[in-house]
Design a protein around this ligand. Sequence first.
Ligand SMILES: Nc1nc2c(ncn2[C@@H]2O[C@H](COP(=O)(O)OP(=O)(O)OP(=O)(O)O)[C@@H](O)[C@H]2O)c(=O)[nH]1
Ligand SMILES: Nc1nc2c(ncn2[C@@H]2O[C@H](COP(=O)(O)OP(=O)(O)OP(=O)(O)O)[C@@H](O)[C@H]2O)c(=O)[nH]1
Ligand SMILES: [Mg+2]
Ligand SMILES: [Mg+2]
Lengths: 278, 291
Amino acid sequence: FGLGMKIDSGLLERIEAFLYESDLGTAVTELILDEIEKESRKKLLLNEADIRELMLRLFGEMFKDDELSIPLEQNQPCVVLVVGVNGAGKTTTIGKLASHYSASGKKVLIIAADTYRAAAIEQLDIWAQRAGVEIIKNLEAKNPSGIVYDGIQAGISRNADLILIDTAGRLHNKAHLMQELDKIRRVIAKVIPDAPHETLLVLDGSIGQNSLVQAREFSKVTPVSGLIVTKLDGTAKGGSMIAIRKELHIPVKFIGLGEKLGDLLPFSPAMFVNALFG
Amino acid sequence: QLRDNLQTIFKNLRGQGKITEQNIALALRDVRRTLLEADVNYGVARSFIDAVKEKALGEKVLLSITPGQQVIKIIHDEMVRLLGDTQVPLKLDGLPPAMIMVVGLQGSGKTTFAAKLAKQLKASGKRPMLVAADIYRPAAIEQLQILGEHSSVPVYREQNRDVLRICRNALAQARNSDVNVLIFDTAGRLHVDDAMMEELSAIHRELKPREVLFVADGMIGQDAVNAAKAFNARLDVTGIVLTKMDGDARGGAALSIRSVTGKPIKYISAGESTEDLEAFHPERFANRILG
Ligand SMILES: Nc1nc2c(ncn2[C@@H]2O[C@H](COP(=O)(O)OP(=O)(O)OP(=O)(O)O)[C@@H](O)[C@H]2O)c(=O)[nH]1
Ligand SMILES: Nc1nc2c(ncn2[C@@H]2O[C@H](COP(=O)(O)OP(=O)(O)OP(=O)(O)O)[C@@H](O)[C@H]2O)c(=O)[nH]1
Ligand SMILES: [Mg+2]
Ligand SMILES: [Mg+2]
């Protein structure tokens, strides 16, 4: 924004454009602009570094007690349910998660519970092979509950540390699909009473304000405990993750930065701010 | 929502004088906010508001309708005008087979759309063939083959690491048969991935397809303009497709993409099954974006 610029309406307008174009949305943009105006009263000239600092402070504060890790320290498999709308990156992300945890010595089991989409199981199978982990699948299965039930039983008998469940993409405004998700969650709880221990909502980083609606609606059916924001290796900034954190207090656990097995990073607010100004 | 707000703002104006800078400023602030929350790009929203302001200022307030309704009509009409025409047809003329390239960002719905389009073309008497040009995504070829079977449309596939070769061979095979429409399903890619964008350019340069359809996720946010501009600059896109419109996203991306590319929106995908492909209706879309 230029060195040592006096905060006038011209600069504020440019900052506002910058914030909106990062998909931060109205609530977060207005919050930041308020903070900037307050700051400019203390210190007449603000430059880009000051604004960056201010945002780091704001977001750092917002995200500070977030639990990024997945609860793996228990004497039973940690069950992670992966959900989200169509094409967000769930299947690919599960491959990355499997590789990530398997590399740190954990025994990972993947359950192919997308029994709907063409070649979904084949796609996940390839990821399981790449990550070097076992997969529970049934090409004849017509509904996900059965495979989820069998898969968790298998995970228990094989002493898996982590069970990752891939589900079919679903739009949150489709009642029958959200009911199916509710049923999956109940089936999981039947096998392990306090499972799923983690429900990760995968969000496409290029999606706009609908991300917040997705987070709200999915949370009504399965308590979403973490977000994974994908496709941030493009030009999208994924700003809606901030709006979601602010309104629903759901932490971002990982971000997806590509289509390969290793393209997954644990999240940090600094990462977000740097990418924003990057 | 917006309509009610605007009605309220203009409630006091009925039958008196003109729509002025003052009274329109409040209304336009509301409109701008509506557009941003509907995912219309910031810059595009700005231009839209300026255009509406220009049209609205100096309009005499008619006695037959309320000023609020008048402004709403200006806003609605301007949006419909910008969104473009309905039923812009595919260019399938010329020496057969007519070629259609389906391109876009990862996960936007290209493969699903390609199969739907193939089915629709077949139903209208064409003899389409799908080309599996995504050799990267795990099981992408299988996915297209399954969808092709469901639509009873043949799928050209080849074990080859050279995508241009695959496309070239598919064309050769089509020419040796009675296939008259060839639909290339390409891999999702980032507009900032030069190597992958060059792959598309190479196919485009050599095969010169009549149609290049940019498929965008209907829920996409501010980044829509970046991707659309880049794909259009590289390939001179001939049409836009918005998918997943059976969701509840407002779809402001339609206005953004249309504004920055100037290209027609040719199809709306509103569901996962092969029947869910519709023509674009600017009126309906304007209502959706304006909420
Ligand atoms: N560039 C990029 N592409 C990604 C990323 N994550 C996933 N993708 C791509 O996005 C597309 C969709 O990914 P999938 O894993 O199939 O998404 P999904 O959520 O399982 O999709 P459905 O099962 O159909 O709902 C694929 O082409 C992936 O390679 C990412 O972080 N960056
Ligand atoms: N609800 C709904 N889902 C859709 C629509 N179009 C596609 N999908 C779903 O979106 C997901 C992604 O679709 P694909 O056709 O695999 O997307 P793609 O662009 O080919 O993905 P890549 O090849 O990985 O870039 C799948 O789950 C599709 O079933 C639509 O109009 N509505
Ligand atoms: Mg999937
Ligand atoms: Mg595809």
